[in-house]
Design a protein around this ligand. Sequence first.
Ligand code: NAD
Length: 462
Amino acid sequence: MPVNETMVQEIVKEVMAKMQIADAPAGKHGIFKDMNDAVAAAKKADEVVRRMSMDQREKIISIIRRKIKENAEIFARMGVEDTGMGNVGDKILKHHLVADNTPGTEDITTTAWSGDRGLTLVEMGPFGVIGAITPCTNPSETVLCNTIGMLAGGNTVVFNPHPAAIKTTIFAINMVNEASLEGGGPDNIACTVEKPTLETSSIMMKHKDIPLLVATGGPGVVTAVLSSGKRGIGAGAGNPPALVDETADIRKAAQDIVNGCTFDNNLPCIAEKEIVAVSQIADELMHYLLTENDCYLASKEEQDKLTEVVLAGGKLNRKCVGRDAKTLLSMIGVNAPANIRCIVFEGPKEHPLISEELMMPILGMVRAKDFDDAVEQAVWLEHGNRHSAHIHSKNVDHITKYAKAIDTAILVKNGPSYSALGFGGEGFCTFTIASRTGEGLTSASCFTKRRRCVMSDSLCIR
Ligand code: NAD
């Protein structure tokens, strides 16, 4: 029977209703009241997973992929309802991207040397139980993507998710465990607690059975993980500038920047957060933003009001994060036309709506006197996160100079930011971009340890 919009909404309501925290399915399919129990269950599952063949791991991963696709709309609606952030259409695309483009066991490779003294292999072995902390901005996307990669590497995982996205996370964790059971694997390949807190996070980080921690979130959590005394993968904050120089296709640059900036209401950490435009083309770029890309030009007064609401008391207002442009404008009393996708204005790089990582479709444009000035301002705006940056230019010397100066894990040239996730660009998908610890876009191989296996004086058959 074909599933229509009303039916999907009914399913989401039903699932959300069943998932009142007090009634969370404790002890079933990876959900526990106590963090120590969650780790113990993941440890037990790990004893089975580490003995599985690669084919067995891949079989479970293929079932996870199928289930993500079957439930993409439910995940998307649930994510928006749970967190109040993002939009359903883009979240559906993100889930399909995770299902189709997250690397599995093919990412686990072997290096070999053979010669007169024998054969040496370097293999990628599992760590065991991984402790992962996930953000509210891409909640199920991160849990599902992490689980596929970590399982492909032969690990199990315990999540301490953002409390604001717990229902979506519980739904995702239940689903991957169901996939494991369906594929002949154990229950509890991924676990979590009903009520994640900083305390449960601390128990997880200090637990003797967790040798590797993976943090996806803002600077606080990455610092916490890197101070734990354990190996940590830190995927932290960004503030990606989109630089546009005088050689760019300005019309296309405007379109690409708005498409990237508005994707899931600007929630992805890689999304364009501000523009730095060389003066020569700045007016033309603004013209295309306004006339062809459904942008709203905020007056000085409106910028001030937005600053007051969005950065109330100097702190990022969570009620504005991941909201669409029309909702943001309504918060300052502006009734914008229905087609408005993005709020734009021109200002100095120090403008708080430009320099802060906002994660909403507000796009300030900074004017630079020439290319070198643009690079300098963009580097300042990226705040040394070394996370993501974008450029629209046809001058390879300019692109090279920018790439070296800004030194980010991701640099998209002449396209929307999401092409870095394999969406309209080449390459695999991840929602954990480890800028601070240097892995860059993480995949299964990042969640393994290198093991050298040496056969002395034999097995070289050349
Ligand atoms: P957040 O930092 O508020 O929370 C992220 C996670 O860390 C949550 O689970 C939270 O409960 C936990 N946490 C926060 N402080 C902690 C601490 N001191 N100790 C232990 N746990 C702690 O971030 P968010 O609002 O959920 O997500 C948005 C932020 O995450 C943005 O800065 C964004 O750039 C970043 N992000 C980065 C990536 C990446 O791949 N690099 C991906 C998504 C989001």
